[in-house]
Design a protein around this ligand. Structure first.
Ligand code: ADP
Length: 335
């Protein structure tokens, strides 16, 4: 193999740059040329390529986002689009493609390989950490720390004014990020999509906390929370985030001044943590190793601190198990 391509796709996550850097530097070390694809699959279809020498990836290990940029591309969902992408890669002389992204991007990569024979290796990059076949994905640790930092700051003002705060974290379908950040940030209640919550229990916890002398209450809520019963449904304004509905009900039922804070896209940005840089560097290099070993349709991950190469199909179809013990521990520690 003499030349490979690398792209970042789907939702960006901090550490993607560090992963691109690792792919480029490891490939060059192995005597393989690398081209970068701008704007994910959209740029791949258009042939929007740049040559990446070792110095092209200088000074990016510390930067959030992705300098190759990311895009969502409808055309790549079609067979014709994927054929165009393969033609562009072949024209450029690239024999393999490293895809840094989430499960949507991996599905695209798998179809590209199956239909055109282009060799692909996936590198998991998403703050949601919902990809199977790896303990962590790139960006998760940074996002967790961003949320913890927000909780810490909000708690200062919550304590000063004896308020309850409902904080919304990212996670429409998965609560891994919210659970970890809520536990590490010491949130009083953690609401995640995987476990239906009971609004009465949340209100009770706020009430009892104040009775026991707590001067604040932090309720960390993932975007896609599910609730028990239809009372919550009747109280819900479909035009607003669940966090606002939860905040309003807590305020009405407990009488405590309750504020809502939606963290939004700050969770996606920022300089990657040491852990994310380390993970990105290891996985980026491992993707090159896998490609040079002749692997294709695979994803590189880290399981129990060891590099594992899995079928990309398993990463896409496998469901990462929600850690109920960790959820239980968070409940125990927040009494
Ligand atoms: P993520 O990789 O973060 O899950 P998306 O789901 O948005 O993000 O996917 C990123 C891109 O991957 C899409 O814009 C599309 O080009 C491609 N993609 C996603 N799902 C498929 C699919 N089922 N078939 C082909 N391409 C897909």
């Amino acid at each position: 193999m003499k030349k490979i391509a690398v792209l970042t796709s789907g939702g960006d996550s901090p550490g993607m740059n560090a992963a691109v850097r690792a792919v480029v530097r490891k490939a060059i070390y192995e005597g393989v040329e690398v081209i970068g694809v701008n704007r994910g699959y959209a740029g791949l279809i258009e042939g929007d390529f740049i040559t990446l020498g070792a110095s092209a990836v200088s000074d990016i290990i510390n930067r959030g986002g992705t300098f190759l940029r990311s895009a969502r591309c409808e055309e790549f969902r079609t067979k014709e689009g994927r054929q165009k992408a393969a033609d562009q890669l072949r024209k450029e002389g690239a024999e393999g493609l490293v895809v840094i992204g989430g499960d949507g991007s991996f599905t695209g990569a798998m179809l590209l390989t199956n239909e055109t024979g282009i060799k692909t290796i996936g590198v998991p990059g998403t703050i949601d950490n919902d990809i199977a076949c790896t303990d962590d994905s790139i960006g998760y640790d940074t996002a967790m720390n961003t949320i913890i930092d927000a909780i810490t700051k909000i708690r200062d003002t919550a304590s000063s004014h004896e308020r309850a705060f409902v904080i919304e974290a990212m996670g429409r379908h998965a609560g891994f990020l919210t659970l970890a950040a809520g536990l590490a940030g010491g949130a009083e209640s953690i609401l995640v999509p995987e476990i239906k919550f009971n609004i009465d229990e949340v209100c009770d916890k706020v009430q009892k906390g104040y009775e026991k002398g707590k001067i604040h209450s932090i309720i960390l809520v993932a975007e896609g929370v599910e609730f028990e019963g239809n009372e919550f449904e009747t109280n819900r304004d479909v035009n607003e985030s669940n966090a606002f509905t939860i905040g309003r009900i807590i305020n009405e039922r407990t009488g405590f001044d309750t504020r809502v804070s939606i963290l939004g896209h700050i969770q996606r940005g920022g300089s990657p943590t040491g852990r994310d840089r380390l993970l990105a560097s290891r996985l980026g290099a491992a993707a090159v190793d896998a490609m040079l070993a002749g692997e294709t349709n695979k994803m590189v991950g880290l399981i129990h601190n060891k590099i594992e190469v899995s079928d990309i199909k398993d990463a896409i179809e496998g469901k990462k198990e929600f850690d109920k013990d960790l959820y239980e521990l968070a409940n125990i520690l927040s009494i």
